[in-house]
Design a protein around this ligand. Structure first.
Ligand code: SF4
Length: 201
């Protein structure tokens, strides 16, 4: 009497009783697949798939941004989990939270230190338009200081909203859509530190 395999019914039939079909064997026929594209499309695709954000959490929105890096939302799926402490190693700035007028020159300086090409996501109502803080101490939208590519609405914006904005930014990069104009480039305004001259926003 031969040895019977007790697992044979399981191996032969799935739980839905669908007979398993043997996988088709890949046959090498000697032909090579050829993919044609353009260099700039490959560059855009690789840039969009390896965005490294600069650490720039300003307020409660930063907690939501940190959640996007956790296992539940897992921004690493898009190659963007490497938050850099140095702007020189980052090509994405996620402004997460309200930006005070005192902080504005620091925000601009960090943006200027990031190498080209670079992109900005304004995360949350406060960063995008001042939110509930309609007063002289808060910048009423960081797009008055730096060019913003994607705005995330809401208070608080959830991590999945940030991921959606991130996917939109990836789409913009892959489609070659340029950055918006720099708000300070033609205005002649210069942002200086707290002890320097006052800047009207
Ligand atoms: S938008 Fe809401 S969660 Fe974000 S910084 Fe402002 S108050 Fe905080």
């Amino acid at each position: 009497m031969g040895i019977t395999n007790p697992w044979e019914p399981v191996q032969t039939y799935s739980n839905t009783q669908t007979p398993r079909q043997p996988l088709p064997m890949h046959e090498k026929d000697g032909s090579f697949g050829v993919l044609t594209t353009q260099v700039n499309k490959v560059l855009d695709w690789s840039r969009s798939s390896s965005l490294w954000p600069a650490l720039f959490g300003l307020a409660c929105c930063a907690i939501e941004m940190m959640s996007a890096s956790g296992s539940r939302f897992d921004i690493a799926r898009f190659g963007a989990e490497v938050y850099r402490a140095s702007p020189r190693q980052a090509d994405l700035m996620i402004v997460a939270g309200r930006c005070s007028v005192k902080m504005a020159p620091v925000l601009r300086q960090i943006y200027d230190q990031m190498p080209e090409p670079k992109w900005v996501i304004s995360m949350g109502a406060c960063a995008s338009c001042g939110g509930v803080f309609n007063n002289y101490a808060i910048v009423q939208g960081v797009d008055k200081i730096i060019p913003v590519d994607v705005f995330v609405p809401g208070c608080p914006p959830t991590p999945d909203m940030l991921l959606f904005a991130f996917n939109e930014l990836q789409r913009k990069i892959r489609e070659g859509i340029p950055n918006p104009p720099d708000p300070l480039k033609d205005s002649g305004l210069k942002l200086t530190g707290p002890s320097g001259s006052h800047v009207e926003m």
